[in-house]
Ligand binder design. Structure first.
Ligand code: HEC
Length: 161
């Protein structure tokens, strides 16, 4: 505590000495500098946001998942044990991971997410999209298990009813 106190005292005296020696104009420009730096910092963050928006706009244009992703999805579907898929509580997975954007009934369409209660995507397309993500939808590969990806992709049919 003593050290901190003496540091503060030193800084305080340093400031007084500096302000005595400096012209008032100079002091102003020093503060101006600080403000200027702050402004440029916030500018750079806003450009980042802008470029992220452009990116998501670009990916919105393409139709469907790329062929190689569909191929991986098909392989995943055929190689995953059906009983394992059936043992998944898909409703819970959907509630925990998907409802935040799609809503519990799949029709909330937050952040440009598609209405899942009206989707006409195939199972392989859905699995690919859940696995690899698309636009602002995050990829779930490694976040939920493969059998959970398939189960929740199947669960979307329940939402269409
Ligand atoms: C961060 C928000 C977000 C989360 C979380 C999310 N999605 Fe999406 N989802 C989206 C967006 C955005 C789209 C539209 C993407 C596009 O086409 O550019 C979408 C589209 C889809 C589609 C395609 C529908 C169609 O007709 O093209 C499916 C299927 C889908 N999501 C399933 C899921 C599942 C299942 C989960 C949970 C494992 C999930 N999503 C989690 C945002 C999200």
């Amino acid at each position: 505590m003593k050290i901190i106190h003496s540091i503060i005292t030193l800084l305080f005296f340093g400031l007084i000495i500096q302000s005595c020696g400096d012209q008032p104009e100079k002091k102003k420009s020093a503060f101006g500098d600080v403000n200027y730096k702050k402004e440029t910092k916030s500018e750079s963050t806003s450009t980042k946001v802008a470029s992220a928006e452009v990116e998501s706009e670009e990916s919105e244009g393409a139709a469907g998942q790329p062929d190689e992703q569909i191929a991986v999805a098909k392989k995943l579907i055929s190689s995953t044990d059906n009983d394992l898929v059936k043992s998944v509580d898909a409703k819970k997975i959907f509630k925990n991971y998907c409802a935040i954007c799609h809503g519990r009934k799949g029709n909330m369409q937050i952040n440009g997410s598609k209405d899942l209660s009206k989707t006409n995507t195939s199972l392989a397309q859905r699995v690919a999209q859940i696995y690899f993500g698309r636009g602002t939808m995050t990829p779930f590969k490694g976040i939920i298990k493969d059998e959970e990806v398939i189960a929740v992709a199947q669960y979307i049919d329940e939402l269409k009813k």
